[in-house]
Design a protein around this ligand. Structure first.
Ligand SMILES: [Zn+2]
Length: 319
């Protein structure tokens, strides 16, 4: 489908991110945790038969909706507190999952850090969903007792899965080395992992970017702010879901991302404090500098429209 036909034009009266830029204040802007309400794209939940819509649920978690089919990327609803993360053993929170996941035909996971993979098996058990991911994520799902028939490995070798109306694939990628030049919790999950466990048990595993194509357009999920252009040769996406935290460790991340995938719409994610409950007021991770990211995107020739979604916020890509 032609890109111009598959995407709705933004409402003419909607201010652009660039227009909302506060007075330049360097360090203050970079450290702020506030997000002005005026920045948010506001929309009600679309009808089930929508050709393509997206919902953001914090961290790098999204729901893709196409004609009644619900595909989730990196859902992370349990959101443990900093003290639980630092000192405790964590497990999915079934009450929080039930509250937000009313339907899940499938879940795809980009890498197996806890803030991306933790809730996938619990959702899959609740809804009988299929789970797609690298072997690391699937080993965690095995530890949680999922059936082999629910598990589908993405190796980044070009294999495309038909998941309802979606064509789903993954590309080998990397994780941002944001921790003093290193990737946190490196290594693989080589055998079944049983929760509760300390967060260090969720090793990063094989990192993937996820790509889903349907009748309403294509969506590419970049769950960590790094990029391997060589793996993405020839790939274009109508919508890019872009992790922003950790991007300062990846040179020119925003420019390279836009030039590589040439999206029409870009939705930033993984900028919120994912250790705060989903119902608490949303705050940025200090140093994330969402406004700075929006400025970096706006500076790229042919920059896409940017939509910043509020927590649980929806946006329609093709009605
Ligand atoms: Zn990670």
């Amino acid at each position: 489908m032609g890109r111009d036909q598959s995407l709705q034009a933004p409402p003419a009266q909607q201010p652009t991110a660039q227009a909302l830029r506060p007075p330049a204040s360097g360090l203050l802007q970079r450290l702020t945790t506030a997000v002005p309400e005026s920045l948010y794209h506001q929309q009600d939940r679309p009808p089930e038969q929508t050709r393509l819509a997206l919902q953001w649920l914090g961290t790098a978690g999204f729901r893709l909706l196409c004609q009644g089919h619900h595909l989730w990327f990196d859902p992370h609803l349990s959101r443990h507190s900093l003290s639980q993360l630092a000192l405790g053993r964590i497990a999915p929170d079934p009450l929080r999952i039930r509250a937000d996941v009313d339907r899940a035909d499938a879940i795809a996971v980009g890498h197996s850090h806890f803030d991306h993979a933790l809730d996938a098996p619990a959702i899959a058990k609740l809804h009988g969903s299929r789970v797609y991911g690298a072997s690391d994520t699937l080993n965690y799902c095995r530890g949680a007792g999922l059936e082999e028939s629910q598990l589908f490995e993405i190796q980044g070798d070009g294999r495309v899965y038909a998941e309802g109306p979606f064509q789903l694939t993954g590309y080998r990628s990397e994780h941002s080395p944001f921790l003093a030049g290193k990737v946190p919790f490196p290594g693989r999950i080589a055998k079944p992992l049983v929760a509760p466990a300390p967060i260090s048990a969720w090793r990063v595993g094989q990192v993937l970017t996820l790509h889903a194509q349907c009748c309403g357009g294509s969506v590419h999920h970049v769950g960590s702010a790094a990029l391997v252009e060589a793996e993405l040769r020839g790939v274009q996406a109508d919508v890019v879901l872009a992790c922003t935290i950790g991007r300062h460790a990846t040179p020119q991340f925003a420019r390279r991302l836009v030039e590589c995938l040439r999206p029409k719409v870009l939705i930033p994610c993984h900028w919120d404090q994912f250790w705060r409950p989903i119902d608490a007021p949303v705050k940025q991770i200090p140093g994330n500098d969402l406004q700075g990211f929006l400025n970096e995107v706006a500076a790229v020739p042919g920059a896409p429209e940017v939509r910043v979604l509020p927590m649980r916020g929806w946006t329609t890509i093709a009605a």
